[in-house]
Design a protein around this ligand. Structure first.
Ligand code: SAH
Ligand code: SF4
Ligand code: F3S
Length: 445
């Protein structure tokens, strides 16, 4: 290894997008620290800046390009600064062309993160740009080092990629086909997490309910959850994301029977109209979604249901949109991520002819949000005075004097308390409710 890696160099990772990227950035940190790099919290101070990017919507890409422009400015002042670019955007050929023109030093993809140390060395040795992106996935690489930031709650991949090809979505193109990790590897990692003091884990996959397909010994997602519940010391188990077409009765039973599995499920609705769902290639109907959520609420008392919704999908009529509003009123989501449809080239929907204007999409988003925010506030207010079990995560981002914690239903609760409580599960009484968070007081340590 060259001398310049011997501990003197500093790196910074800029992470965009979903939990998959957050987890990948932890692995990138592990790989870089293995080379002797130390983390820097300021870009001005860093010798290597790594972009870990998202291409799910046009706005996500724009954010990255904006920041890249700023960092290229830094590089002009400090030519020794090395810029590496990875994540979902790097998988797209048109993005790579632009990166070449912009003078980015190293480009790697979602399938070859493990090669980053080699690519960095290759760049230093050749002093020429190194672009190395695998077009499709290779075998799963296990046992990569990683640096997890929180000592309390951890993300853990159970599968990679997606086979669903929803008509609007770029993810199957940037993350490849679905592959599941062996249960032994996952349970081994959970045991390590427990040894490192983590209390809570979130199992990650684009569609966790199809976990296990293609494994030698058939283990499905409910079996995996059951196995995870048997790891002593891991007290709370979460998972994301669930596809409504694949949530099985066995999963609902497993959730209902295991206290360790939190009463929260994220099941992406996307749209409330059967016509739109069909054109999105989602393979379920609004009736199925309503039945499923009703059944889950019956069998899992106190279950929080959260979702993703897209407005303004090509061809969405006023009546289709009203069906989305109707289902939002009927299900009463605890919270929802809502998006304006964004055309992604290469996806099926990008070829559809009947795209909506930006004004129409904005108007629909604002109507949907006002309804959803009202519902979320009402549900949160109904919790005022109740006692909630929370896991304390750390100082609040908005008020360092307070602590932030999470209920089993994934609500944030801010309260006054000491740092000694970090990592503990305690009870709080809810004193005030807002749309996106709750405030509380400790009632018992
Ligand atoms: N695998 C997850 C979703 C990953 S992408 C799932 O199926 O639940 C996260 C969310 O981004 C999606 O659920 C969808 O609501 C939104 N999204 C994806 N592509 C989009 C696009 N082209 N325009 C707008 N929103 C999009
Ligand atoms: Fe995208 Fe659909 Fe796969 Fe989710 S399930 S990642 S929305 S293609
Ligand atoms: Fe974005 Fe890739 Fe995640 S496109 S949402 S970072 S899988």
């Amino acid at each position: 290894m060259k001398e310049e890696f011997a501990g003197a160099n500093k790196y910074r990772i800029l992470t965009y997008g979903c939990q998959m990227n957050v987890r990948d950035s932890e692995i990138i940190s592990g790989l870089l620290e293995g080379m002797g790099y130390k983390e820097s919290l300021s870009s001005a101070d860093a010798d290597l800046i790594v972009f870990n990017t998202c291409s799910v919507r046009h706005s996500a890409e724009n954010k990255v390009y904006g920041k890249l422009g700023e960092i290229m400015g830094l590089k002009r002042k400090n030519p020794g600064l090395v810029i590496a670019f990875g994540g979902c955007m790097a998988q797209l050929p048109e993005v790579r062309q632009r990166l070449k023109k912009l003078g980015v030093d190293i480009v790697f993809g979602t399938h070859n993160i493990h090669q980053l140390p080699e690519l960095i060395k290759e760049f230093y040795n050749s002093q020429k740009a190194v672009f190395n992106v695998w077009e499709s996935e290779g075998p799963i690489v296990e046992s990569l080092p990683s640096v997890r930031k929180s000592g309390v709650s951890a993300f853990i991949n159970i599968m990679y990629g997606c086979n669903n090809f929803c008509a609007y979505c770029i993810v199957p193109y940037t993350r490849g086909r679905e592959r599941s990790r062996c249960p032994e590897e996952i349970i081994g990692e959970l045991r390590e997490l427990r040894r490192d003091g983590f209390k809570e884990v979130t199992l990650l996959g684009q569609n966790v309910n199809s976990y296990g397909i293609g494994l030698e010994n058939r283990v499905d997602f409910a079996d995996l959850l059951q196995m995870a519940c048997e790891v002593d010391g891991i007290e709370r188990i979460r998972f994301t994301t669930s596809h409504p077409k694949d949530v099985s009765d066995k999963l609902i039973t497993t959730m209902a029977q295991n206290r360790k599995i939190c009463e929260h499920i994220h099941v992406a609705l996307q749209a409330g109209s059967n016509q739109v769902l069909k054109r999105m290639n989602r393979h379920y109907t609004r009736e199925h979604y309503l039945d499923l959520t009703r059944k889950m609420r019956e069998r899992i008392p106190g279950l929080a249901i959260t979702t993703d919704i897209i407005v303004g999908f090509p061809g969405e009529t006023e009546d289709d949109f009203k069906e989305t509003l109707d289902i939002v009123e009927k299900v009463r989501f605890d919270s929802a991520f809502t998006f304006m449809y964004s055309s992604r080239s290469g996806t099926r929907a990008a070829e559809f002819k009947d795209h909506l204007s930006i004004e129409d999409k904005k108007e629909r988003l604002s109507i949907l949000n006002s309804i959803q925010y009202r519902i979320a506030t009402e549900i949160n207010q109904s919790l005022e005075g109740s006692i909630q079990e929370v896991l304390v995560e750390g100082p609040s981002k908005t008020n360092e004097e307070k602590m932030t914690s999470r209920t089993r239903t994934n609500r944030i609760v801010i309260f006054s308390g000491s740092k000694d409580l970090i990592g503990q599960i305690i009870n709080v009484r809810i004193t005030e409710a807002k749309t996106f968070s709750l405030f509380g007081e400790i009632i018992q340590i």
